[in-house]
Unconditional design. Sequence first.
Lengths: 640, 640
Amino acid sequence: MTPLPTVPLSAVPLSAVTITDEFWAPRREVVRTRTIPQQYRQLAEAGHLDALRLDWKPGDDKEPHIFWESDVAKWIEAASNTLVHHPDPHLDAALDQVIGLVAGAQGDDGYLNVHFTVVKPGLRFTDLRDAHELYCLGHLVEAAVAHHRATGKTSLLDIVLGYLELVRREFGEGGVAAHGYDGHEEIELALVKLFDLTGDRTHLDLAAQFVNDRGTKPFFFEDEARRRGDDGFFARYFPRRPEEAERHRQYSQSHLPVREQDEAVGHSVRAMYLYSAMADLAARLGDDGLRAACERLWTSVVDRKMYVTGGIGADASIEGFRGDHELPNDASYNETCASIGLVMWAWRMGLLTGEGRYGDVAELALHNTVLAGASSDGTHYFYGNPMQSDGEHARQEWFGVACCPPNYARLLTSLESYAFATGGDEVVVTLFIGGEVRVDLDEGPVRLSVETRYPWEGQVRVRVEDAARFTLAVRVPAWANGATATVNGERIDVDALVDRGYLRVHRDWAAGDELVLELPLVAERLWADPAVSADTGLVAVRRGPLVLCAEMRGDEPAAGSLVLGRDALFTDGWDDELDVAVVEATAMADHWPEDADGLYRVTGPDQVAIQVRLVPYFAWGNRGPSSMRVWLREGPSSRA
Amino acid sequence: MTPLPTVPLSAVPLSAVTITDEFWAPRREVVRTRTIPQQYRQLAEAGHLDALRLDWKPGDDKEPHIFWESDVAKWIEAASNTLVHHPDPHLDAALDQVIGLVAGAQGDDGYLNVHFTVVKPGLRFTDLRDAHELYCLGHLVEAAVAHHRATGKTSLLDIVLGYLELVRREFGEGGVAAHGYDGHEEIELALVKLFDLTGDRTHLDLAAQFVNDRGTKPFFFEDEARRRGDDGFFARYFPRRPEEAERHRQYSQSHLPVREQDEAVGHSVRAMYLYSAMADLAARLGDDGLRAACERLWTSVVDRKMYVTGGIGADASIEGFRGDHELPNDASYNETCASIGLVMWAWRMGLLTGEGRYGDVAELALHNTVLAGASSDGTHYFYGNPMQSDGEHARQEWFGVACCPPNYARLLTSLESYAFATGGDEVVVTLFIGGEVRVDLDEGPVRLSVETRYPWEGQVRVRVEDAARFTLAVRVPAWANGATATVNGERIDVDALVDRGYLRVHRDWAAGDELVLELPLVAERLWADPAVSADTGLVAVRRGPLVLCAEMRGDEPAAGSLVLGRDALFTDGWDDELDVAVVEATAMADHWPEDADGLYRVTGPDQVAIQVRLVPYFAWGNRGPSSMRVWLREGPSSRA
């Protein structure tokens, strides 16, 4: 056995990776050339940008909303990310102009929130549970870090540093919001990013303060409401909140100190952002209590509350988690942002632990519910990612609450960081994305290049470009039974060399050495734990990281009427229209005799065999109205 | 062909019918001896009775709720009904005492509503949309009619007649609520009952006024809210009502003039009570516009929005209808009161049209979702009647909103009226209930006696006890393919004699003549219209009027895991514990191999054959926690 790596691992900056992958590069180019410009137009039209001029007056339309800054910030972050590899003077100038607007909205004391400046002056930091002020600041901080890393400029960084000085005072002893924290987590992980950039420990301390104060008694949000004398910004959306206090504490994960939390509850995006910050702090502070809580919460999500697609947050009424195994298919909310958050958290858990199982989940969510978040042309979005649709679900150009589209953009434009990591003498390949990475090991820089047709094909070819002694760690997904590998053409023993989810090969690598991993990409059936009563009698199909779905259109039988026989064989295929790999199979479909009528009838359907083409979940909904099912009815046979 | 009867038909009073039926008589005896006393205790404990003393003060507990009078009134109605055939001095005295409390709560001007007297004085008739004042009055009127018919007393009748004088003024031109009507329909049908009792046309006119004003522009409820300056009693339950005006007009069926309504929408109990009043008025006024609207709305409910059990109102968030064919099984609300309302409306449609198809639906709802409303011991109740349960659904002793239990009691205690009707020279047998009925035809009184073991067996034996020339009309349910009949032992041609759902035999009947109808009571499969996507791949089992369900307990496989083969044979049986007829069949059940684990796994279940016993829907939930399904997965075969 090779020695275990020193954990935690470190992330690799965007600039150290060049993605040339034939699956991802075109999709990222769509984001850069279509999504980011379209989102700028949408933000401008919706009023987000003009709002920063602070000239809104009561009675005007387009009242600045409490979380508008976050949408702008995520756009800045995504746009900045693209500049790392694609210098673009026009986009650079557009960023300067938007950041200029942000600067203009900042008060002399550093405060920066348009809603509380022009709509509710005098009420800043009095409704932390609902009003998203620090959430907005968190996104501005993430944007500032990305903008600085991409351009070297400090324009946005200076803004957020000024604001943070005010925040540190107001949330410190004697401040207006002492012991407070935000209802929507985000600032915490952003402060860790700022610490990573600046090395300024006060940012890490403030993140830890927010995380540690959360959920302690007396409950801050309830005290705050009493002081304020009303039930807050969301009172009308949550009329029963006063009676349902515990449920609403859970909504914002403030029901228990975070170290005592065992079950993922409440709003799923909030949960993911909190858990991400907890993993960040556990790694940077060596905090075993936070790490243990993260590991328990991970089990709660991944073993009991996650859809097979990597979607989380089934309950639309709270955009959040239901109980264990409560995963209904006809009411599966699965916000795109929640799956993005799951990727963010999984990535951090992988860095914290060095374990590949986190990468498995990051990959699952990324390739399915995240990628489904935008249309193939990059300009229409899913807010929810249902497990089934009977034609009612379609991507939209924008949303009144527009969190998901720019979140999608910033994730796709920062994919570099999610693919690779490094720690000790180890170079870690977590996602299989063609391109080049350069990492700095103790003994010097090492470059790797990756070639693959993943996720369509299972071969991943990693070439070492610089001679060095190090451990090359390549994730072997848990689903990849029978994976094989060679080094310079010679077979190595994968089973013996896989340690905690990574194939780890330690040796003196010469320039030109190649490790080739062969993952068996075959379509296979998945069944759910029978505790998931919604999936009883149903079967899903996965091919590698991609979950497939039946998408039926026009005169085809409804997807819900298909029955996949246990004996049905799968054939790999390609769909030219969608430009994706598909799986073909014979299924049975209901066929109704002519004389059957009435709402309830004594004549049932016959079954006829039809060929169906299962498409990757991420690709559904790109060809007009359709019926779609991830989980298909299962029968003993697909033969008539 | 015999001549068609003159419609509308007339109802038969409770006193004209004696029920001795072996299915119904014991169930009605449970209501009389257990349910009614238990409900009295519950009303006393909850504070409904003490509230009538008007001594509640702000700060006291048990704040009188806006619809408490309606619960008391329904109890009075049910208790009064039992006195018709079971004189009971103690119950009579208890009724006098409760009515005395009601009398004490009435103001000098006739007004009677505890909530608006002690909680919100000065605000009477200002929140008709939400505050249920006329709904409560309607139930008091129905109770007064029942009490008077049972006892001859006028104590409650005098109370409501006094209140109605005030209502007539306040809802007339110049009154505080001119052009107003109640958000929860009920007063309308109650006023028709009062007209039927008293012959006083002003009651019928007021009912017509409320029905005709409903849904006209300007929308009364919105004007009323503007005048009041707030969004009403339910504002906190419906925070989005101002933005969702049309949906909330539909909630109370006030979105369109009633004659223009085509689709059953909104709160389903409200809808049923409105449609009942529309049918009443159509019959009494010969109003073809109302009749046509009723027939369109009937089609909307029965052909597109009704569960196979007769349950209606799938959407828990509004206790009401979803869209056409939107009949999800895992979110099937189906309030007991809504099915009671469906029986009430169906009965009135039958009287209005003389058609048997309405009786078919009354019978369906009565034998399934209504009868399920109470436990076999008569003291625990279902508010909702779901199509499936995984152990979470159980009857309760009482509810904060206690509309269903006393509604169940008043329906069961007035079953006499639903069974028979008369019109012209016709005596109509709609429900098959053993007992005696006496009707007055033009040429004199006629008595019939009915013997049957329905719904367990299909023979219905109707004996004429008095010689007379008349048409005996006995409903032949639409499901009864192959029904046969004899008169005095001689076969008659059912197909030729069935006209609009009734077997109509016109002749000189002699005392002792017998018409025997043989309905083929066989278990058969039902499938739903494929437009009901929730039922795709599923099958239900019906035996005559009873819909069956799988109820699995203890270590048995979950009901949702059962697969009923298309080739499975049904065997009639009897369950001694439940004392009901059952249907037995071989089904397949999922059996998981030991090595299958994980939330999602690559090993699926095998199937094993098991014997299952399907029980009547009404009888489920009487033996502790269970899993239950009405719709079962269907497979090609039940053979291993």
